[in-house]
Design a protein around this ligand. Structure first.
Ligand SMILES: Cc1cc2nc3c(=O)[nH]c(=O)nc-3n(C[C@H](O)[C@H](O)[C@H](O)COP(=O)(O)OP(=O)(O)OC[C@H]3O[C@@H](n4cnc5c(N)ncnc54)[C@H](O)[C@@H]3O)c2cc1C
Length: 459
């Protein structure tokens, strides 16, 4: 079977009714108001809000491959009311209030994505069934219960964060083992490719040009450069996440880290009676090398795990189904749900997440140069990119609000170290995380050594 160059290899792209041919305009505009680099969620949400707020602006998006070719068209489909860095803010008394503010903003963002999908008639299988974090080791029960209590101390209610004892948790998700689970309704399962394609259609409908198959090689204040010419733009916004190093002047800003996914064949109704997930809750557990899953609308399990980093920030356009990292993800899925022992895995793929050195997202805009960017979500950008897009829109419009006062704004972090330090650091994180997870599984106790080293590196 030959695969089109603009197919990102995911189940999500494969399940679209058709994979639209790229739209490559025959010529580039000479000058526009706003140039956005990258047609993933970040670029598209930014264009969506900006064009609604300022219909007078001429906006164009330049995309190296096609809409949603990157992480936005390949992810786990958790539209989650949490983002990287929030737990760290909540942990310290001096930053707790700020953390609570961002958390509220993220909860609202899950609803905002649902609202826009409904208003714009984007059928992305959005279902706000919440998310379950299962305690798969007995020692994790107490810290997870304490975490729920801390949320209550911070003013969140049982309706926001709840502990489910083992019997209730098993009814929700019959994974093995299951000692109880924390539950929050602030997460929706979505079909990411349907969301990103639907959003692009609406953005085009608003009058934004999307130039697919048009990689930007570099940019500077007032101008972007592509293989087929340059375009003048008063404002240039970078939304390139894990692919940022494809731009000449952007090395070491964002580390590309792989996340890997598999999807099963559609499961029979009897299997779902056994597994649960009747509200299409997304799910994971407390391990460091994160796993994540969702029940798709067509009754498959889509399941993933964080992967690795390649020397020199090497980026693969597509992860081949034979990649050995995918064997690990598949095994994790079968261990989690032993009833899947004979179930066929029909899809195996991977994609790139973007990681800043602080391991938290940032939104930058300099009104003097007209340059801006948003990203660095690690593996938590489906909803966060919507919030970042709204923030970037306000910054470009020179507005101030609660959104522009969020700590993501202007949060410029150091660049990553040069190689081989960057590679060694990324490998060490994975090694410490694996070691800590394995030790905890064997001993049913927190791994102070490996876990401590992991936490120190990830911050
Ligand atoms: C396998 C996987 C699973 C994930 N699961 C989840 C999840 O369940 N929940 C969650 O919240 N997050 C998840 N994430 C993360 C989430 O998908 C991303 O944070 C989010 O999609 C980022 O959107 P983006 O638009 O910033 O980046 P991307 O979607 O990666 O878009 C960047 C775009 O820029 C284009 N581009 C790059 N360089 C150039 C250039 N030089 N010129 C022109 N265009 C360029 C790329 O082709 C790409 O289309 C996952 C990520 C992966 C890889």
């Amino acid at each position: 079977m030959s695969i089109a160059t603009h197919d990102n290899g995911s189940f999500w792209f494969d399940s679209l009714e058709s994979l639209p041919e790229p739209e490559t305009p025959s010529s580039l505009p000479k000058a526009i108001d706003v140039a956005i680099i990258g047609a993933g969620f970040t670029g598209l949400w930014t264009a969506y809000y900006l064009k609604q707020r300022r219909p007078d602006l001429s906006i164009a998006i330049f995309e190296a491959v096609t809409v949603g070719f990157g992480a936005s068209g390949r992810n786990g489909g958790w539209c989650m009311g949490l983002a990287m860095g929030i737990e760290a803010l909540l942990a310290k008394p001096e930053t707790r209030q700020t953390g609570i503010q961002v958390l509220h903003a993220m909860h609202d963002t899950v609803d905002e994505v649902g609202r826009v999908c409904q208003a714009e008639n984007i059928d992305c299988h959005y279902q706000k069934g919440g998310t379950l974090t299962v305690a798969t080791l007995p020692f994790r029960v107490q810290p997870m219960q304490e975490r729920v209590e801390r949320f209550h101390d911070m003013g969140f209610s049982e309706d926001d964060y709840r502990w489910l004892p083992a019997s209730e948790a098993k009814n929700r998700i019959n994974c093995v083992p299951n000692y109880g689970a924390s539950y929050t309704p602030h997460c929706a399962a979505i079909h990411p490719a349907r969301l990103v394609k639907g959003l692009a259609e609406r953005v085009r409908g608003l009058g934004v040009a999307i130039h697919e198959m048009t990689p930007v090689s570099r940019f500077e204040p007032g101008r972007i450069h592509t293989d087929v010419g340059s375009v003048d733009a008063s404002i240039v916004l970078r939304a390139t996440e894990g692919y940022t190093e494809s731009l000449r002047n952007q090395s070491r800003q964002v580390l590309p880290l792989y996340s890997m996914m598999v999807a099963t064949e559609p499961l029979a109704q009897e299997m779902w009676e056994d597994i649960g997930l009747h509200q299409r809750e997304t799910f994971g557990d407390g391990r460091r090398v994160v796993i994540y899953g969702q029940r798709t609308l067509d009754n498959r399990l889509a399941f993933g795990g964080r992967g690795s980093y390649y020397f020199g920030s090497k980026r693969k356009a597509r992860v081949m189904p034979v990649d050995p990292m995918l064997d690990v993800v598949e095994q994790n899925l079968r261990d989690f749900f032993p009833m899947l022992h004979d179930t066929e895995i029909t899809h195996r793929w991977g994609g790139l997440m973007g990681v800043t050195r602080s391991w938290r997202p940032s939104v930058l805009f300099d009104r003097h140069t007209g340059l801006g960017s948003a990203g660095g979500y690690v593996g938590e950008g489906v909803a966060a990119s919507n919030l970042a897009g709204r923030v970037l829109c306000e910054l470009v419009n020179e507005e101030t609000s609660d959104l522009t006062r969020l700590p993501w704004v202007g949060d410029r972090t150091e660049r990553w170290q040069p190689e081989p330090m960057r590679w060694a650091g990324a490998k060490a994180i994975r090694f410490f995380g694996d070691r800590a997870d394995r030790r905890e599984r064997r001993s049913n106790a927190p791994s102070r050594l490996w876990g401590g080293l992991f936490d120190r590196l990830v911050g």
